[in-house]
Design a protein around this ligand. Structure first.
Ligand code: AR6
Length: 185
């Protein structure tokens, strides 16, 4: 597993190259859609790895409290995955950047970390939320997300944040942004 880590104030942040469904952490964050219905990309991979009980749990949540608005987060068990919890969040769909996309992406990261803290998750794995199907430019998403991750290590009991990156381009983009913000790994 290729990885790069930084020791920051309040904990550690690691970039990982690989499949998030294999992460041995307390909580895995899912880049879901508002109907929590499963889908493609990382959402599909997480549903396949967790098994059909995950969809049932998601459907119960939507039946009880409605769809999940972008920028919010909700937690289910991880079922067949190594992770104890799955934190489902919905990132913004990119419409050019002037429709509140950065605020919504920030909120998706902040609310996911708040959910992790509320469930006593000390280690958390994130995908690159919104940078696939939802079209958010990877470098801008990385810059914003890394800032929030660093702030959250100070502000929550979360001690380790792993960002799982799929593919070489995504890895290079995040590595460059993290090096800019935190120095050499
Ligand atoms: N592990 C880690 N990262 C992955 C994996 C994996 N197994 N698979 C894909 N990625 P996306 P979004 C990366 O499209 O943009 C779904 O259909 C991928 O390369 O999964 O937030 C949902 O149901 C990309 O860098 O999420 C929603 O409808 C990143 O994960 C919609 O897509 C996010 O890409 C959400 O779109």
């Amino acid at each position: 597993m290729v990885r790069a880590c930084w020791n920051l104030d309040g904990g550690a942040l690691c970039l990982m190259q690989g499949d998030i469904t294999t992460a041995r952490v307390d909580a895995v964050v899912n880049a879901a859609n508002s109907s929590l219905a499963g889908g493609g990309g990382v959402d599909g991979a997480i549903h396949r790895a967790a098994g059909p009980q995950l969809l049932e749990a998601c459907q119960k949540i939507v039946a009880a409290r409605g769809t999940l608005p972008p920028g919010q987060a909700v937690t289910t068990p991880g079922f067949d995955m190594p992770a104890r919890h799955v934190i489902h969040t919905v990132g913004p769909i990119w419409h050019g950047g002037d429709s509140g996309e950065p605020e919504t992406l920030r909120s998706a990261w902040v609310e996911s970390l708040r959910e992790a803290d509320a469930h006593d998750a000390v280690t958390v794995a994130f995908p690159a939320i919104s940078t696939g199907v939802y079209g958010y430019p990877a470098d801008q998403a990385a810059a914003l997300a890394l800032e929030i991750a660093a702030e959250s290590l100070k502000a929550t009991r979360v001690e380790k944040i792993y960002v799982y990156l799929h593919g070489e381009t995504s890895w290079q983009t995040w590595l460059a942004e993290a090096t800019k913000q935190f120095g050499e790994p």
